[in-house]
Design a protein around this ligand. Structure first.
Ligand code: 5GP
Length: 114
């Protein structure tokens, strides 16, 4: 696997991260620039560059990532709610070209996004 972006480097251990959860399908770690008291990124081990690249065969993977987010939210006490965000490509504001789900919580979050 060519680790050509920061999240692939976190996956292969080249770059350290504060890991919150990991299993054979995904890795969850704390965002380096948190936008809320809880800001965790959940990424697949499979190389998928954007949400738009998801295919039928990824159904259980993306479902699993959602369940991991929900479990982390429970574990971290986000009992007032939380937000899941996936930024896709240029207009979506995606800056790292490896699919990632943001789990944000611990404060009331504004809406709509800018
Ligand atoms: P995006 O804008 O692509 O949806 O989100 C990328 C996220 O990755 C940003 O919130 C950014 O702070 C985070 N990030 C970028 N580089 C690193 C890093 O090296 N380590 C960690 N933990 N987070 C990073």
């Amino acid at each position: 696997m060519l680790a050509d972006n920061v999240f692939l480097k976190i996956l292969d251990g080249t770059i350290p991260a504060r890991i919150a959860f990991q299993d054979d399908l995904c890795l969850a770690f704390h965002d380096i620039h948190p936008q809320a008291p809880v800001h965790i990124l959940i990424i697949p081990r499979k190389v998928i560059r954007t949400h738009a690249e998801l295919r039928q065969e990824d159904t259980s993977l993306i479902g699993h990532m959602n369940l991991v987010a929900g479990q982390l939210a429970r574990d971290l006490g986000l009992d007032q709610g939380y937000r899941i965000v996936i930024n896709c490509d240029t207009d979506g504001g995606q800056t790292v070209p490896h699919l990632h789900m943001h789990l944000l919580g611990g404060r009331a979050l504004g809406w709509p996004p800018g």
